[in-house]
Design a protein around this ligand. Structure first.
Ligand SMILES: Nc1nc2c(ncn2[C@@H]2O[C@H](COP(=O)(O)OP(=O)(O)OP(=O)(O)O)[C@@H](O)[C@H]2O)c(=O)[nH]1
Ligand SMILES: [Mg+2]
Length: 216
């Protein structure tokens, strides 16, 4: 028996060819192909999991990295609960591009969006790494804040991807439980206030009755 159900929207953003589709396909379908076709517009996949006694349904939106689709991105990140910003650890350009996503999200997002920065293609680290992990960590700590996470993953080798989505889901579940706890406290406080008000009215009524009696 699960204590609650959570439906959440996660959006994947990043420049063309960093491996957004590969990441989602690896996580949801457990497969990988070196011959992916570039995404047109966007698409989503659903993943169900159970975390901390909570049944979760993640709707994972895979967006297109091609520049011509960039103006469509707000349609996908608005209403999202979490965003995964992907770069390719072998590409300086994709790392810089991620910064423009951070700026854009900052300007347009309301509410608290969970953001995870993800360097993909970790399997190429020894031969072609262009972005050291320390650089990403420094960037994220200084730009996003220490509470935001950095991951390096490989969609090809299925390395770090389960952990990435698990961490995001845990945060979403924690947040849901926190909101429920606050609602419960507010409801309890509202009941206490109502009881106090009832008692006050009752006392007022009693004293009114006794003054009427005295008047007679
Ligand atoms: N070596 C390696 N190649 C990868 C990895 N992930 C993706 N690729 C390859 O990188 C290329 C682009 O992957 P996609 O998943 O299509 O990239 P994308 O970010 O969805 O690209 P757009 O849809 O155009 O924005 C493909 O040839 C993938 O096979 C990885 O972890 N390691
Ligand atoms: Mg794609």
């Amino acid at each position: 028996m699960y204590s609650s159900l959570l439906e959440a929207k996660v959006v994947i953003l990043g420049s063309q060819g960093v491996g957004k589709t590969s990441l989602v396909v690896r996580y949801v379908q457990k497969t990988f192909s070196l011959n992916c076709t570039s995404t047109i517009g966007a698409s989503f996949m659903t993943k169900k999991l159970v975390v901390d006694n909570c049944k979760v349904r993640l709707q994972i939106w895979d967006t297109a990295g091609q520049e011509r689709f960039r103006s469509m991105a707000p349609m996908y990140y608005r209403g999202a609960n979490a965003a995964i910003l992907v770069y390719d650890i072998t590409s300086e350009e994709s790392f810089r591009d991620m910064n423009s996503w951070v700026e854009e999200l900052r300007k347009n997002m309301t509410g608290d969006l969970i953001i995870h920065v993800v360097g993909n293609k970790l399997d190429l680290a020894s031969s072609r790494r262009a972005i050291p992990l320390s650089r990403t960590e420094k960037y994220v700590a200084e730009t996003l804040g220490p509470e935001f996470s950095v991951h390096e993953v490989s969609a090809k080798d299925d390395d770090g991807i389960e952990e990435l989505f698990l961490q995001i889901t845990r945060k979403l579940v924690e947040r849901k439980h926190e909101i429920e706890r606050i609602k419960r406290i507010n409801a309890e406080n509202a009941i206490t206030l109502q009881q106090l008000e009832d008692e006050r009215l009752q006392q007022a009524q009693t004293s009114n009755n006794s003054s009427v009696c005295c008047g007679i």
